[in-house]
Design a protein. Structure first.
Length: 144
């Protein structure tokens, strides 16, 4: 079990959201994310065999948005339902059964993609993304 995630600073949250706003509308951002994710996690590819990727890209955009705002909406202890509950349960042990081990390659592929597409990417922006995603991803893992 990993240590509980600490909340990002307001500056980190703002930096991660600004980065996402710069790249989320770019035509190839989501298709290239999946290329990177499948390269890092080939065992995930069969899970997407019958996927309508145009629809999946919209779902992923929404899920990333939720992950980025989750720290500002979560409570300690985590109360349910919360804004990530539906997404977490859909990916969890009672529905899609996404293994917890797939979250690390997902995050690394996402950050590789952000690095590739965000013209203002820097070590600070990467740290902001990591901090902003941490508690939401930790919550998602609790459902796997």
């Amino acid at each position: 079990m990993t240590a509980p995630a600490t909340d990002p600073t307001p500056q980190q949250t703002a930096a991660a959201r600004a980065s996402f706003e710069r790249i989320a509308a770019l035509q190839n951002f989501f298709p290239e994310f999946y290329q990177r994710f499948f390269a890092r996690c080939p065992e995930a590819r069969p899970m997407f065999a019958k996927t309508d990727f145009e629809h999946q890209h919209r779902l992923l955009k929404h899920a990333i948005s939720l992950l980025l705002i989750y720290p500002g909406h979560r409570s300690d202890p985590v109360q349910e339902p919360n804004l990530l509950t539906r997404v977490a349960e859909r990916h969890g042990r009672n529905d899609m059964r996404i293994p917890g081990e797939m979250y690390a390659p997902f995050i690394e592929a996402l950050l590789d993609n952000v690095r590739h597409f965000d013209p203002l990417f820097s070590p600070e922006v990467e740290a902001a993304w990591r901090a902003a995603l941490a508690s939401g991803v930790e919550y998602m893992r609790t459902k796997s």
